[in-house]
Design a protein around this ligand. Structure first.
Ligand code: BG6
Length: 559
């Protein structure tokens, strides 16, 4: 994942691009760069964070009204100054930024080397750029035409934005698989990977579709498909505020997002769940309710934390709806030629709505006749648009790379869908349905009260921060939650952590337990509670250190 920003208009381009890159650093931060056009093409790039680029440009004349910028997360070629974007073409007249992966770059590179091209980086991006330039040279055609011809041969995912020293009034952009938003201002346009760099300038945006090329001048936006036909730009109004994407007094976005959960879960339930009336309103799901009820199976497709949300949902759907559920890693599902039958229901779960594996997985399944429902956070994102219907999670922008508030919002949405379907299908009786609606309605307040115990949580973190390894255990619904806990610890603290079903401990991993190993139990009072307490005893017998997440007043777990 990389972040791209571009500007064309009447303002100074550099400050707009720089601020945008800082907002997009969550997408990648191993190097960054800008290219500006002002009586010549100037490219500045640097290994490291955007702040290091900024520092290196102190005192440099950066005046320009058109420019492109990039913050990188390396895929081809190590993080370095020379692999940083923007890249320049062999002639030096074009510069390009790219987010995505060009899968057939090696073959194209060989063809270009045979023609005498020399490469100055290890990136697939430089290959694509020179491929475009070569086509333009051979066909003596406008840049947009060369881009169009080139993209027909490209295998992979991309958002690209090009500037041309010989045509300083125009940006050319294109996308397939990676996100591109264009903000429309008065005599100016803003381009970015998501809306966060754009929102303070304009709320009118166009989400560019796959296989579209955008020709952007200060006062004009033309969209064409790869068949060279004009497309009508669909203008959407952003409904988020700038404050929602800033840190709001917290040291880290992740911390801010953890503390936002009472509100985000509430926002997710709001307007849908009416516990007093006993109703759940979700129009996207209602439209497909009969198909979901009739489905032989539901397949949850997702990656990372969203996959864990799918695993929790498997328990919920099977219990409440009595429908067979499978949960698939999108990266495996898309490549394995899975058996998909007409009428299968696929639920794609994604915070960003842009995860390439999830997107391709659902596109493949759609072609085979499956019904695709999206549980997505980012409105207008690729997965949302590729789905037949679905429900947004409404968690607001999640900037922290390690997902938190999106996970709980996903669980809230998936639970509402299961409640709705189970009740309509008759596998969930009226009393239990009403009881569960009330419980769900109470969740935001419960989360708020848990977030008041930060001192106790900090004390535990302080005590175990130097542990070399740890285990997270749970049973039933809490098993996937344990997996998610272990993932968060690994990703954020670099402490090795493993999630396990508590009952599986005895089949091997228990050998690891000694007095140096913290073992986190998710041991809420449910039908497995007694069994989980027995599992705790097994750990205690081996002197493992137990950290238990339990219900208030649960003396039994403390004994
Ligand atoms: C990873 C993120 O890269 O992508 C995870 O670190 C996230 O937090 C995963 O769960 C899947 O992303 P998404 O946007 O499809 O939910």
């Amino acid at each position: 994942m990389c972040g791209i920003v571009a500007y064309i208009g009447t303002r100074e381009a550099y400050p707009v691009i720089l601020k945008g890159l800082k907002r997009l650093e969550y997408r990648g931060y191993d190097s960054s760069g800008v290219a500006l056009l002002n009586g010549g093409l100037k490219v500045y790039k640097k290994k490291g964070k955007v702040a290091e680029l900024e520092e290196s440009l102190q005192g440099v004349d950066l005046h320009a009204n058109i420019g492109i910028g990039h913050t990188r997360w390396a895929t081809h070629g190590e993080p370095s100054d020379r692999n940083a974007h923007p890249h320049t073409s062999a002639s030096g007249k074009l510069a390009m930024i790219h987010n995505g992966i060009i899968e057939n770059y090696a073959q194209l590179k060989q063809e270009l080397i045979k023609k005498g091209y020399v490469f100055h980086s290890d990136t697939d991006t430089e290959v694509l750029l020179n491929f475009i330039e070569d086509i333009q040279k051979n066909n003596n055609c406008p840049l947009e035409e060369a881009v169009r011809i080139a993209l027909k041969r490209i295998v992979g995912a991309y958002v690209i934005v090009l500037i041309d020293n010989e045509n300083p009034e125009t940006l050319i952009a294109a996308r397939k698989g990676s996100p591109l938003v264009i903000g429309i201002g008065k005599n100016e346009h803003f381009l970015a990977s998501d809306a966060s760099p754009i929102i303070e300038y304009t709320k009118e945006v166009v989400y560019v579709n796959d296989y579209e090329i955008a020709i952007i001048k200060p006062d004009e936006l033309i969209l064409k498909n790869l068949g060279n036909e004009r497309q009508t730009p669909f203008i959407t109004k952003l409904d988020m505020e700038l404050a929602a994407i800033e840190k709001g007094g917290y040291d880290h976005f992740m911390l801010k997002e953890i503390f936002e959960q009472p509100q985000t879960i509430f926002d997710c339930l709001r307007g849908r769940l009416d516990a007093d009336a006993g109703t759940i309103t979700m129009s996207g799901i209602e439209k497909y309710a009969d198909e979901i009820i009739a489905a032989n199976r539901i397949v949850m497709v997702a990656c990372g934390t969203s996959w864990h949300a799918g695993l929790v949902a498997e328990y919920i759907f099977e219990e409440l709806c009595r429908i067979n559920v499978e949960v698939e890693y999108a990266s495996e599902f898309r490549y394995r030629n899975p058996v998909i039958n007409k009428g299968d229901v696929i639920i794609a779960i994604s915070q960003s709505g842009e995860t390439a594996d999830t997107l391709v997985a659902i596109e493949n399944a759609k072609q085979k006749g499956a019904i695709i429902l999206g549980v997505v956070n980012v409105v207008g994102s690729s997965i949302a648009r590729a789905s037949h219907a679905g429900a947004y999670t409404h968690a607001g922008p999640e900037i922290g790379v390690a997902s938190t508030k999106a996970f709980t919002a996903q669980l809230a949405v998936l639970t509402m869908i299961a409640l709705k379907i189970g009740y309509k299908k008759g596998t969930l009786n009226h009393d239990r349905y009403l009881q569960l609606l009330k419980e769900l309605d109470a969740i935001p307040d419960k989360v708020a009260s848990i977030l008041q115990s930060t001192e106790a949580i900090q004390a535990i973190a302080e005590k175990y921060k130097d542990a070399p390894s740890s285990l997270f255990l749970g049973r039933g619904y809490n098993f996937p939650v344990a997996l998610e806990g272990a993932l968060k610890l690994k990703e954020i603290s670099y402490i090795h952590a493993e999630g396990y079903p508590a009952a599986e401990m005895k089949h091997g991993p228990i050998a690891l337990v000694d007095e140096s190993l913290p073992v986190v139990f998710i041991a809420t009072r449910d039908s497995f509670h007694e069994k989980v307490i027995s599992n705790m005893q097994e750990i205690k017998a081996r002197k493992g250190k137990i950290i238990a997440v339990i219900n208030e007043g649960d003396e039994q777990s403390l004994s």
